[in-house]
Design a protein around this ligand. Structure first.
Ligand SMILES: Nc1ncnc2c1ncn2[C@@H]1O[C@H](COP(=O)(O)OP(=O)(O)O)[C@@H](O)[C@H]1O
Ligand SMILES: [Mg+2]
Length: 301
């Protein structure tokens, strides 16, 4: 694993070198209630992935709040607003401390709800293109619902639903699940419990959500993990630094390491090259003739 400062070197990875040990994905990070820690999660989860040589990118889709840039203390030259006006998404990417690539939502008056269907679809096409350069795209979504949020969800591989153990946060998380189920746009869900006092409390919280989703919505909800309540988090926010860089040994930072390992375990990289790789290997094997089978051809990343 890399130290946070070393993680920036991930970007030096040349073509064909160290294939990432993860399945490429676009993940929406959302919650029912605001202020439960989505932005904090996206930034630090991204840093945690980078320490495993995975290339993440944080897309601030919580338009109008520009939380990511504030949290990282970076003033971006370009934002999502430029992208909507025609700038390529790759030209609007900024790098925060620790090298976390992000696209700022900008703090203009624009609202995700005000975008036309055409703009949202264009945006999702650009997000898909991001996968040429990034392994995991994290969409820092707002709380609540709207037609554009639904359209965004249609293009994601997975939804990370953040909640805290507070009954209000949990009720709102359930309400969001219910709405998405009724609309038929619920992607596979993984719950992250933030600000838990203990592992026991985190487990109980996730289990409550899992049970009601199963019983009343017939929706299957899995758990990614939890983050402890930790005053290192607001201290890092005050310093406009990411927790994993500022306080890597703090209890909450250690929870992020665990979350990242859970994620890597649940999303193993596909075999290199997929089917094409399989035929390439078969071709080489046939050419090499019998008795000369290459042993290490199917190494997993
Ligand atoms: N695990 C935690 N321990 C302590 N405070 C936290 C934790 N997670 C989040 N916070 C506090 O909650 C605030 C809101 O988090 P933020 O990520 O901005 O929420 P959201 O993006 O969901 O609105 C942060 O500024 C931070 O001070
Ligand atoms: Mg936020």
């Amino acid at each position: 694993m890399l130290e946070p400062e070393e993680a920036t070197r991930v970007w030096d990875r040349g073509p064909g070198l160290d294939a990432p040990a993860v399945k490429p994905s676009v993940v929406a990070v959302a919650s029912g209630k605001g202020g439960v820690g989505k932005t904090h999660f996206c930034v630090n989860f991204a840093l945690g992935l980078m320490q495993h040589r995975i290339r993440p990118m944080v897309f601030d889709a919580d338009v109008g709040f520009a939380d990511v840039e504030v949290m990282l203390g970076v003033r971006p030259k370009r934002t999502l607003i430029d992208v909507l006006e025609g700038t390529s998404i790759f030209d609007a990417i900024e790098y925060g401390p620790g090298g976390v690539p992000f696209l700022s939502a900008g703090s203009g008056l624009l609202d995700l709800h005000d975008l036309t269907q055409e703009q949202v679809e264009r945006l999702m096409r650009q997000v898909t293109q991001l996968q040429e350069r990034f392994d995991v795209v994290l969409l820092d979504c707002g709380s609540g619902m709207g037609p554009n949020f639904e359209r965004l969800l249609a293009g994601v591989d997975e939804l990370f639903l953040l909640t805290t153990p507070e009954p209000t946060a949990l009720a709102d998380a359930y309400a969001l699940l219910k709405l998405l189920t009724l609309r038929g746009v619920l992607p596979p869900v993984r719950v992250v419990v933030n600000r838990a006092d203990s592992l026991v409390q985190a487990r109980e919280t996730a289990e409550k959500l899992r049970l009601v989703a199963d019983r009343f919505l017939d929706a299957s909800v899995d758990v990614l993990g939890y983050i402890l309540e930790d005053d290192a988090v607001p201290r890092a926010v005050m310093q406009q630094r990411a927790l994993l860089s500022a306080f890597p040994q703090s209890p909450a930072a250690r929870c992020f390491q665990q979350l990242v390992s859970n994620y890597l375990r649940l999303h193993p990289a596909p075999k290199p090259g997929g089917l094409t790789g399989f035929f390439t290997r078969l071709w080489h094997r046939l050419r090499e003739g019998p008795g000369d089978a290459p042993g290490g051809a199917s190494h997993t990343g």
